[in-house]
Design a protein around this ligand. Structure first.
Ligand SMILES: CC(C)(COP(=O)(O)OP(=O)(O)OC[C@H]1O[C@@H](n2cnc3c(N)ncnc32)[C@H](O)[C@@H]1O)[C@@H](O)C(=O)NCCC(=O)NCCS
Ligand SMILES: Nc1ncnc2c1ncn2[C@@H]1O[C@H](COP(=O)(O)OP(=O)(O)OP(=O)(O)O)[C@@H](O)[C@H]1O
Length: 252
């Protein structure tokens, strides 16, 4: 069962976190960027008091092991300095680290064991900062945070989300996209894809774990990017009309 979210920000109580998750190369980023654009357009309508922000859990994850941060030293100690250090001798080389962890589940578990205990705190801090800026600086009564996170469910941040949108595509399609985009071999791409939950497991978790929010799933296998983005716009129109618009009216 999902534990109750402890997300509560005293100054910014009207925050909606829309979690966006899905497998590698399933189309999250392109859809999130489109969602951000259309949500910002809605927020500009007359008599609407809404701030909109985008948070990338990937970027937050990277920032957690910048030089000087506690996880930097922990990763060097756990994986060996020579195995993961970049040419500058200071920063951790994500390509090297990714090569190790995506090839071996035990190594991935080791990395997650270092980072994930601090991930909630790191993400909540960014969410609260965005919500505070929206409310205190821009005077918005409500804030929508679009949170893109491949491991939203695995890591547990889903408990803080009001609603969850997901992308998926077939394994073959994902392999092709990763090979093309990341220049990896088919075997390497397959290992990355297999290191994550399947869409069936993700949907099953949401439906059986007590998650109370709405769920929207986009299968991107056989749709062009253009059609895929239109699907997102249509889904957001409904989300806007039914959920956000009623609570975002500005007070005269
Ligand atoms: C493994 C790392 C070094 C690879 O870095 P790299 O720059 O090559 O890739 P990037 O960060 O852009 O991730 C690419 C994709 O890999 C997948 N991925 C990343 N971390 C994980 C993970 N812990 N478990 C499963 N899949 C992951 C995601 O689909 C992500 O979109 C990096 O992703 C990392 O530090 N991951 C651990 C932190 C984490 O859990 N981040 C995910 C937040 S959603
Ligand atoms: N519907 C689609 N049809 C064809 N290609 C697509 C489609 N959606 C996304 N792509 C392509 O697949 C690749 C991955 O897309 P995107 O970066 O949006 O996925 P992602 O889920 O954020 O990936 P990752 O988590 O690995 O960063 C990109 O090269 C993108 O152009």
């Amino acid at each position: 069962m999902l534990r109750k979210s402890r997300f509560f920000c005293a100054n910014v109580p009207y925050t909606t976190i829309l979690g966006f998750t899905g497998g590698i190369a399933s189309g999250k980023s392109s859809r999130c960027q489109h969602l951000l654009k259309i949500a910002l357009q809605k927020a500009e309508q007359p008599n609407v008091s809404l701030g909109v922000s985008y948070v990338s859990a990937d970027q937050v994850g990277h920032s957690m092991y910048e030089p000087g941060k506690p996880c930097h030293k922990k990763i060097l100690d756990a994986f060996g300095r020579d195995a993961v250090i970049s040419e500058d001798g200071v920063t951790i080389d994500r390509r090297k680290l990714g090569g190790i962890v995506f090839a071996n589940k035990a190594q991935m578990d080791k990395l997650n064991g270092i980072l994930w205990p601090h991930f909630d705190e790191a993400l909540l801090t960014i969410v609260e900062e965005n919500a505070s800026v929206s409310t205190l600086q821009h005077g918005n009564r409500n804030t929508l945070i679009i949170l893109e996170a491949a491991v939203l469910i695995e890591q547990g941040f889903v408990k803080h989300c009001n609603d969850v949108w997901l992308t998926s595509c077939s394994k073959d399609e994902a392999i092709q996209r990763v090979v093309k985009r990341n220049g990896l071999s088919v075997a390497e791409a397959t290992m990355r894809i297999e290191s994550q939950m399947t869409i069936e497991d993700r949907l099953n978790f949401l439906k059986t774990s007590g998650f109370a929010g709405s769920i929207q799933h986009f299968d991107t296998t056989d749709v062009t990017l253009e059609v895929g983005l239109k699907q997102v716009a249509t889904a957001f129109d409904e989300y806007w009309t039914k959920k956000l618009r009623p609570m975002c009216r500005s007070v005269a």
